[in-house]
Ligand binder design. Structure first.
Ligand code: BMA
Length: 339
């Protein structure tokens, strides 16, 4: 291996080999979509969801589910292989730090990130407008909701999987109340997950290609590698038929992640298959989670497809980092501290 992933070893990594003569760095699972429409009674669609390794080689996740009356909520799912998922028959509920119920009115686009002993769930919550919600759990039964990190409007948040000199760091994107026609990725830090500050600009929309010209938003939790933090994100292009969501990749500085070291000018996945091009919202690939195996650098990427399905794609750290470096483009002041 040319590059290393710095993370805990993973048993039972889901994996499929790259198809012969395939020219792109990320390839789709032959089982896609891995969560189909009407997956359980009363639930019309599950998509844009986050998974993490769990006990005894199994996997667990927090999924975005929409009922048959279309209100999004979060729901726990479990899997023995990372591909076939079963879902709890109730929606995930939360309590405040005193144990009193504190459920969001709606909740969508969850990410799950383990930092030290806790699993943190970050999602888009209702707070007099869309804002970032934050909760923690150890057992995926009791979810303790913490203060919202930001005021509205902001609907894309993801924590880094480790602290920096004791400080948590979160990526997010300020937005508006609608289908936000703008947006860059920012970084904020906190000593206690309550007070957030030292806001830094990380990456701006744009670049020479059009696929990320309208807005960009953080996706899966950044992956620590020997080259820097590998960040998967979504980039959006506006067309005469609406927004098109593709997946992009960049590498951020290990010590100061507001500095972009490399940014790939090409998307790494764009809607091409029927389940990505057709659905409740056509032309959406929306990454929310990865599983990585540091032993051989394998990566599994979980993404929402067309706001209707969960899909899975694969790559390796060597393949992806080399592709990003080969197609690197420096955009605006991305390479600077972001003050
Ligand atoms: C964004 C979010 C995502 C969704 C995407 C495409 O604003 O709402 O949940 O996948 O739009 O509809």
């Amino acid at each position: 291996m040319k590059y290393n992933i710095i993370s805990e070893p993973l048993a039972n990594m889901p994996w499929e080999e790259k198809p012969a003569n395939f020219e792109f760095p990320v390839w789709r699972s032959a089982h896609n979509p891995i969560v189909k429409r009407n997956p359980i009674p009363g639930i019309a669609r599950i998509f844009n969801s986050a998974v993490v390794p769990w006990e005894n080689g199994t996997f667990i996740g927090v999924f975005r589910a929409e009922t048959v009356h279309t209100l999004p909520h979060l729901r726990v799912g479990r899997s023995n292989d990372g591909v076939n998922w079963t879902f709890e028959n109730k929606q995930l509920s939360m309590v405040d730090e005193e144990g009193k119920p504190w459920d969001p009115y709606y909740a969508y686009d969850p990410r799950v990130v383990k930092v030290d002993d806790w699993y943190y769930v970050i999602w888009c919550t209702e707070a007099h407008g869309p804002a970032i919600g934050l909760a923690k759990t150890k057992d995926f039964n009791t979810f303790i909701r913490l203060e919202n990190p930001f005021i509205p409007f902001n609907r894309n948040g993801v924590l880094f999987p480790k602290t920096f000199d004791g400080k948590f760091k979160i990526l997010s994107r300020a937005s508006d109340n609608g289908h936000t026609p703008f947006g860059d990725i920012f970084l904020s830090e906190s000593p206690d997950l309550v007070y957030w500050g030292k806001h830094r600009h990380v990456m701006e929309r744009g670049g020479s290609g059009w696929w990320q010209g309208l807005k960009i938003g953080c996706g899966a939790a950044p992956i620590e590698t020997s080259e820097g933090w590998l960040m998967l994100y979504h980039g959006v292009c506006n067309t005469c038929n609406g927004y098109v969501y593709s997946m992009g990749a960049a590498i951020l500085d290990l010590e100061e992640p507001s500095i972009v070291k490399y940014r790939c000018k090409n998307y790494i996945l764009t809607p091409e298959t029927e389940y990505e091009e057709q659905g409740f919202v056509p032309n959406v690939v929306f990454p929310c989670a990865t599983l990585v195996d540091p032993k051989d650098g394998r990566m599994a990427i979980y993404y929402g497809a067309a706001d209707s399905y969960v899909a899975l794609a694969y790559t390796t750290v060597d393949e992806l980092v080399d592709y990003i470096k080969e197609h690197h483009e420096s955009v605006g002041r991305d390479g600077e501290l972001g003050k």
